[in-house]
Design a protein around this ligand. Structure first.
Ligand SMILES: O=C(O)CCC(=O)C(=O)O
Length: 277
């Protein structure tokens, strides 16, 4: 029996490669989390900044709670089944009037998994629309396997390698307009991206990238996972990361360094250039 999603949404996920919008929490709760992010950016500037944006759920309890949020995890269970691990999280913040954008790409191209079968909820913590630079998806593009990507390392491209699928027909793109507290869910092979933020407000999204079932293995880097729900993996070499007991818990802050280095080794495999995020 489905927990959060309807059968129609599941069918849409498989047919189009994404679902949106789904309410996770109230607008006020989401705006409070965005304010908490701004607070910890001021309080711990070395831990969280534009180039230190990965796996922040290991440093801050309010982001750990988001990764374990019942509505999000129930929706994941509806898609990938009951045994759930999280590979990483990414804070995608675009400042007001910033030129930052995300080029057309498919997530699993560089994620180092044995299979492409993973789902990413992207939670809007502030308004995400065409003015603020919301995510855009090319419906059905997940069915064409992984396309050739070109690394550009373009300055304003906030994707790790600035990787881009050339010649995407943008006229097909669908904008995922989200109010604070709503999420979209996209699959690992959908072509997606986002444009610059032309507004006077910050656009903040938290991507839980990605939730996977036990059958997905990390085959490029180390098997470091956050356990979310259900049976744990028994494979040799698997390490589960701890949950922070309080903000900046030294045990999980040091585990985050290891997880971030592992992530970087995987995402930049084969690249001569390595950015800090
Ligand atoms: O936040 C964005 O604009 C892009 C995020 C993204 O590409 C992703 O979550 O996979």
């Amino acid at each position: 029996m489905l927990k959060v999603l309807t059968q129609q949404q599941i069918d849409q996920y498989h047919e189009q490669g994404f679902i949106s919008p789904i309410r996770v929490m109230s607008e006020n709760e989401a705006l409070f989390i965005a304010a908490e992010i701004a607070r910890v950016e001021g309080e711990y500037p070395e831990e969280i900044h534009a180039e230190s944006r990965n796996n922040l759920h290991l440093s801050f309890t309010f982001l750990d709670k988001l990764a374990h949020h019942n509505t999000i995890v129930d929706a994941m269970e509806d898609i990938i089944g009951p045994d759930i691990s999280l590979w990483a999280s990414v804070l995608f913040a675009k400042d007001p009037n910033s030129k930052h954008y995300v080029s057309w790409h498919q997530d699993t191209t560089y994620m180092g998994f044995n299979l492409n079968d993973c789902a990413t909820p992207w939670i809007a913590l502030t308004p995400s629309n065409e003015e603020t630079g919301c995510m855009m998806m090319i419906p059905g593009s997940h069915k064409n396997a992984i396309q050739h990507h070109e690394d550009t390392f373009a300055e304003n491209n906030i994707l790790t390698r600035g990787q881009v699928v050339p010649n995407v027909d943008e006229s097909q793109a669908v904008s995922l307009i989200l109010k604070p507290g709503e999420m979209s869910i996209h699959c690992g092979t959908i072509i997606h991206g986002s444009k610059e933020n032309k507004s006077n407000q910050r656009r903040v999204g938290f991507a839980l990238q990605s939730y996977v079932g036990k059958h997905i293995k990390q085959i490029v880097g180390k098997e470091l996972w956050t356990h979310i729900r259900g049976q744990k993996r028994q494979d040799f070499g698997v390490k589960y990361l701890h949950r922070p007991q309080y903000d900046m818990d030294p045990e999980t802050v040091s585990e985050r360094k290891i997880a971030d280095e592992n992530l970087s080794n995987i995402l930049y495999k084969g690249s001569k250039i390595k950015r800090k995020y």
